[in-house]
Design a protein around this ligand. Structure first.
Ligand code: ADP
Ligand code: MG
Length: 396
């Protein structure tokens, strides 16, 4: 599946290994890490490199410091948290390039770990500036990328450096993402069902277009369903709609028919008079939807229909919640689909930041086959795009 070399293909003993990870973790007001999922996800690769006797140089971005040194975006909290998780020291570098860092790396023993300071403290990172790539590459002998979440960005530490440091290999997390997402696109088990939701059709056009060439069934929910329903001539009240996408929604429905994909739209809805957490919910079907109602979740009949599809599917790719799951009164549809998927034998792949958050909120993350760590990256992957951070790795 993955025609890129893996960290297990490298001889790491005594080598300086530059490993790009995604430590872009949420910090609270006291700069404490409020969710360490991304650090934990990188542990297998980190442990492997140090067990093999590599000198591990970790690099990441954190937040959007916009090319300037901003202490509130320092990776220091991640270094101390990683040290706790591994129960061994992790040196926090003073910078991510330059002589001081080189000296710190010079002093490392095999199996030691250093975490470079935020690569986005330099404008060259996001610009993929050749001189900055060179400065990063000078620090190490080998390159490993385990940051799937930024693989869709051609930045210095994700793309440029990989061309300078050969061999460049995929870490375990990266390989796992490519395995599951790649299998879903290339060799899915059928019936293959895609569940696409979220706020806007315009965000998901390309992925729908790609999936219409792969899936047997496409379930649409969330705010974007109303553009499709309006294109079919239904009353959608004050629901979210993209009037400039109506024609496109029609084209997508035509494509589904042509490819013999069953495209299902919601038949009923949980609605409110306004977009508010405490707005009283009312259920309407497509046929009695009033002009003053706003659809905020799929209704109970639709939830049940979609749940049935989960039960008989062999592969399910899910991107985008079925409703405004942030409001408990409008989270039922999303949770019903999540529960049915968790109970199903299907290979379940969840991509998209908010969909993953919804599955976590439902406490069902352990029951899914694969939860992607990269929202934007997984969407672009499922769109069929070649991600620059993956393309830059050394071919097998
Ligand atoms: P993901 O991050 O999983 O790709 P999106 O970012 O596309 O998902 O969409 C998630 C957002 O869509 C959520 O904030 C959710 O509240 C919103 N949403 C879902 N259904 C509706 C709806 N019917 N009306 C308005 N917003 C909705
Ligand atoms: Mg989102």
């Amino acid at each position: 599946m993955l025609n890129k070399i893996s960290v297990t293909d490298l001889d790491l003993q005594g080598k300086r290994v530059f490993c790009r990870v995604d430590f872009n973790v949420p910090l609270d007001d006291n700069l404490n890490i409020s969710d360490d999922t991304r650090i934990v996800a990188a542990l297998p690769t980190i442990r492997y490199i140090i067990e093999q006797g590599g000198k591990l140089i970790l690099a990441s971005h954190l937040g959007r410091p916009k090319g300037m040194v901003k202490p509130e975006f320092s990776l220091a909290p991640a270094a101390s948290h990683l040290a706790k998780l591994l129960d061994r020291p992790v040196t926090m570098a003073t910078d991510c390039v330059g002589d001081a860092v080189k000296a710190q790396i010079e002093a490392m023993n095999n199996g030691d770990i250093i975490l470079l300071e935020n690569v986005r403290f330099y404008p060259g990172e996001e610009k993929n500036d050749p001189a900055f790539c060179q400065q990063l590459a000078e620090l190490a002998d080998l390159y490993v990328n385990d940051a799937f979440g930024t693989a869709h960005r051609a930045h210095a530490s994700t793309e440029g450096i990989a061309k300078l440091l050969s061999p460049a290999a995929a870490g375990f997390l990266m390989a796992k993402e490519l395995k599951y997402l790649g299998q879903a696109l290339d060799t899915p088990q059928h019936p293959f069902v895609a569940v696409i939701g979220g706020a806007k059709v315009s965000d998901k056009i390309t992925v729908i277009n790609t999936l219409l060439e792969k899936v047997d069934t496409l379930l649409i929910g969330g705010g974007m369903a109303y553009t499709f329903l309006k294109a079919q001539g239904f009353e959608i009240g004050t629901s979210l709609v993209e009037n400039d996408q109506l024609e496109l929604a029609k084209q997508l429905m035509d494509k589904a028919a042509k490819n013999q994909v069953r495209l299902l739209l919601p038949e009923d809805h949980i609605t409110a008079q306004q977009f508010a957490k405490d707005a009283p919910p009312t259920i309407y079907s497509n046929d009695d939807f009033p002009a003053n109602a706003m659809g905020l979740d799929i209704g109970p009949k639709t939830a049940q229909d979609y749940a049935k599809e989960m039960a008989t599917a062999a592969t399910v790719v899910w991107n985008g919640p079925m409703g405004v799951f942030e409001f408990p009164a409008f989270a039922k549809g999303t949770f019903a689909v999540a529960e049915a998927l968790a109970a199903s034998d299907a290979i379940s792949i969840i991509g998209g930041g908010d969909s993953v958050a919804a599955v976590n909120k439902a406490g069902l993350n352990e029951k899914m086959t694969h939860i992607s760590t990269g929202g934007g990256a997984s969407l672009e992957f499922l769109e069929g795009k070649i991600l620059p951070g993956i393309a830059a790795l050394t071919d097998k």
